[in-house]
Write a protein that binds this ligand. Structure first.
Ligand SMILES: Cc1cc2nc3c(=O)[nH]c(=O)nc-3n(C[C@H](O)[C@H](O)[C@H](O)COP(=O)(O)OP(=O)(O)OC[C@H]3O[C@@H](n4cnc5c(N)ncnc54)[C@H](O)[C@@H]3O)c2cc1C
Length: 338
């Protein structure tokens, strides 16, 4: 059974850099270890939290239960032919390294998701997405262990019920399963998606002979480095809120008073950039001591060092209230607030 440690600092295990402690802490490195832990030891803890790279969580207090740090590694090609590759990847693998691994082999599908921090196992939880692509498009299935029973279940892509920054693991099954592996299906001649943000312009400036999955990933990395804080230097969890999606009637009303409002037409309505709404309320670049709103992207809250999770959460809720007051839209957090 994996060893259980007590009173462990989580400061280096969350990208906000919040100094919270876990009452109990363990790291698992195999499915068997997880199952043994659940069978032999789980009744001793009041609650559990699975922690990956800690890049989408905000700790507002110490965690009084057991934190299970995901450390299951490994990649195994299950099937491969000239057109496709099905690969099983351990949940504890690093996502940005995995993207590099794929583009180096010329497998298409996740090049637009380069440099998103975190682990492979968390990628289905909020169906990570960027630059017009979402991970759901390449997930074949998700392997997980039920935390209550220790039983293994394989979720098909459909059973994951993926949505915009959403899945069954963020809703009905929140904190009920430990994802142990993700099975990805890549196509070797997948289409490029270059029309979102400034990917095409960046590729042009890179002066390359041929567009490949690797050059697209490189372009995405360049854009992200300019727009987002470096988590090695500044605490953050990326976008704090989801971009709201509104119906046509509401959208038309909003557009009447805000003709310059950016939007994306979707099947389910109109997506409005939450960063724009926050910026309009005057929050961009706001600084309160050692934390605030990132000056180059209003959707990102930042900890310049020493902020508590409560301070950052309070700031987030003040921003949410302002946006609701001015636009009648209640923003939903993308970050898991604990
Ligand atoms: C600078 C920055 C930029 C970002 N940009 C993007 C972006 O462009 N697009 C995007 O979608 N996200 C983005 N994010 C958010 C974040 O990177 C992703 O959500 C990522 O998938 C989180 O991975 P993690 O391993 O750090 O998860 P954690 O933060 O550790 O966990 C997040 C949630 O998933 C659960 N979880 C984690 N691992 C497992 C598991 N194995 N089994 C069950 N539950 C699990 C946790 O309990 C928690 O509820 C960004 C974050 C930062 C800091």
């Amino acid at each position: 059974m994996p060893s259980i440690k007590e009173n462990i600092s989580l400061k280096s295990l969350n990208t906000f850099g919040i100094g919270a402690n876990a009452r109990y802490f363990t790291e698992i490195s195999s499915e068997n270890e997880a199952q043994t832990l659940i069978k032999d030891d789980f009744r001793n803890y009041s609650k559990y939290l699975v922690l990956g790279g800690g890049s989408n969580v905000l700790f507002t207090d110490d965690f009084s239960g057991l934190v299970i740090h995901q450390g299951i590694k490994g990649k195994k090609i299950v099937e491969e032919d000239e057109e496709r590759c099905l690969i099983k990847v351990g949940a504890g693998e690093d996502w940005p390294f995995f993207v590099d691994y794929c583009v180096d082999r010329d497998w298409g599908g996740i090049e637009n998701l380069a440099l998103i921090p975190g682990q492979v196992g968390a990628s289905p939880v909020q169906n990570i997405g960027a630059y017009g692509r979402e991970v759901k498009d390449v997930i074949e299935s998700v392997e997980a262990i039920e935390l209550k029973s220790g039983e293994k279940k394989v979720f098909s892509n459909k059973e994951c019920r993926f949505g915009y920054r959403d899945s069954v693991f963020k809703n009905e099954l929140k904190d009920r399963y430990l994802i142990t592996a993700v099975n990805f299906l890549f196509y070797k001649n997948a289409d490029f998606h270059l029309d979102y943000g400034s990917i095409r312009d960046t590729l042009r400036q890179m002066d390359i002979d041929k567009i490949t999955y690797k050059t697209v990933a490189e372009a995405v990395k360049q854009i992200r480095r300019k727009k987002l804080p470096d988590i090695e230097e500044t605490g953050s969890a990326g976008s704090f809120f989801k971009n709201p999606v509104v119906d046509e009637n509401f959208f038309e009303k909003l557009r009447n008073g805000n003709s310059n409002m950016p939007f994306f037409k979707m099947d389910s309505g109109y997506k409005i950039p939450a960063g724009w709404l926050i910026d309009q309320c005057g929050w961009k670049g706001y600084l309160e001591g050692h934390y605030g709103v990132y000056p180059y992207q209003a959707l990102v809250l930042v900890n310049y060092g020493g902020a508590t999770g409560k301070e950052i959460a309070d700031l987030a809720w003040r921003i949410r209230d302002d946006v609701e007051k001015y636009f009648g839209i209640r923003l939903q957090p993308e970050v898991t607030v604990i």
